[in-house]
Design a protein around this ligand. Structure first.
Ligand SMILES: *Cc1c(COP(=O)(O)O)cnc(C)c1O
Length: 412
């Protein structure tokens, strides 16, 4: 799906789509814009009552007319109508055949890696979500699934890490928290030449800004806890894929190991995705302006935001993404942990908290919070410094966010 790249203010796609009529939205062939799918895909008025919003089917089991004769659902670990609606919605947004929802993002990652076999090898981004690192290192290494962590901004380094046992390439882009860009298409080509499955954690970008399957990935992972849910009020994960075989494996994992999301969280995620496109426009626009402000600030050192022309992945972002996202990380001019902590302490509109992707702005210190599970020497190796601060830019008034950061930085 091609939406035009926005390089300055990102508001033009908020224009109403005049080709849509109120009746006939779902079936009309032209009604396939991102916003239309965000609002409608996977859902229809409830067949039993006409309820426009998909109900929260708070049930574990379903009446059968005769043994094995049912309306598509038998037991809610396996499937549930609220979850099915969400899965259809997420699949549509990622341009995928299948969407599979999990009880959390890490449950989705776990199900993918658990589908491998002992002796298989994984190559993963070296700068990635701390929980993914912990899962690969502390849960799967003892089960003899080894992982090599590499800087994927150099595609050759990735190929060099392949062994004859490599079965999975785990990509995060933009990376967390260093905001590096990884070329999905280039890596997918190299991995597929060796029959390696390519999974992309698309949590930071969301399908509104980046569609990894269109760039050759086999699996897309989401922590819907973040932008898809969008309101910091749930934990949920999802995998989207065009592979029938992978979809079957992952559904088998949920059925067998139980990482199913509850209907309430599925409902909340569906409510969140309806406004994903609107929220992302605002996240992108405010983050871009804040990144520029930080970049010009004398208390600030290196600013990591793909929308800055100085970012090494800027050109790749323009090729691979349709906007630069709402996440920024930056170092202080004086790279000292105490000073970073003072900024966190002084921020008021930005809440000091882990996580990201909600309507509210968050500020955090990766070295002592989200990425504390990565050993200090590993952090140093990848350039995750002690003064690094990560921002999740929310949808509050831009001026208040700007003034809050400016005030906090003046304390340093
Ligand atoms: C939060 C996050 C996860 C894990 O998701 P949970 O829903 O917290 O289990 C995975 N990847 C990224 C990039 C994340 O930010």
């Amino acid at each position: 799906m091609a939406h035009v790249f926005f390089s300055f203010e990102c508001t033009f796609s908020l224009m109403p789509d005049s080709s849509l009529h109120d009746d006939a939205v779902l079936e009309a062939p032209e009604a396939d814009g991102f916003g239309t799918r965000a609002v409608h895909a996977g859902q229809q008025p409830d067949p039993s009552t006409g309820a426009v919003m998909t109900p929260i089917y708070q049930t574990s089991t379903y009446a059968q007319a005769a043994p094995g004769e049912h309306k598509g659902h038998e037991y809610s670990r396996v499937s549930n109508p609220t979850r099915t609606a969400l899965e259809g919605n997420l699949a549509s947004l990622e341009g995928a055949e299948h969407g599979i929802a999990f009880s959390s993002g890490v449950a989705g990652i776990d199900a993918i890696v658990k589908s491998l076999r002992p002796g298989d090898h994984v190559v993963a981004t070296d700068d990635l979500y701390g929980g993914t690192y912990r899962l690969l290192r502390e849960v799967f290494e003892p089960l003899n699934i080894q992982t090599s962590f590499v800087d994927m901004s150099d595609p050759d380094a990735v190929t060099d890490a392949f062994t004859e046992d490599t079965a999975l390439l785990w990509v995060e882009t933009p990376t967390n928290p260093l905001m590096r860009l990884v070329d999905i298409e280039a890596l997918a080509e190299r991995a597929h030449a060796h029959d390696i499955t390519v999974a992309v954690d698309n949590t930071f970008a969301t399908p509104y800004l980046q569609q990894p399957l269109a760039h050759g990935a086999d699996l897309v992972l989401h922590s819907a806890t973040k932008y898809l849910g969008g309101h910091s009020d749930l934990i949920l994960g999802a995998v989207c894929t065009n592979s029938d075989e992978w979809a079957e494996k992952l559904r088998f994992q949920i059925k067998s190991t139980g990482a199913a999301p509850g209907p309430m969280d599925c409902f909340l995620t569906l409510r969140g995705t309806k406004t994903l496109h609107l929220r992302m426009e605002q996240h992108c626009s405010s983050a871009r302006r804040l990144a520029q402000m930080l970049n010009a600030h004398d208390k600030v050192g290196h600013v990591r935001y793909p929308g800055l022309p100085s970012h090494p992945g800027h050109a790749l972002a323009q090729k691979q993404m349709s906007g630069y996202g709402g996440m920024i990380s930056f170092e202080l001019a004086d790279d000292e942990m105490d000073k970073a902590l003072a900024v966190l302490d002084a921020a008021e509109v930005f809440t000091l908290a882990e996580s990201l992707g909600g309507v509210e702005s968050l500020i955090e210190h990766p070295a002592s919070m989200t990425h504390a599970s990565i050993p200090a020497e590993e952090r140093e190796k990848i350039g995750l410094t002690d003064s690094l601060i990560r921002l999740s830019v929310g949808v509050e008034s831009f001026e208040d966010l700007r003034d809050d950061l400016d005030r906090a930085l003046s304390r340093v």
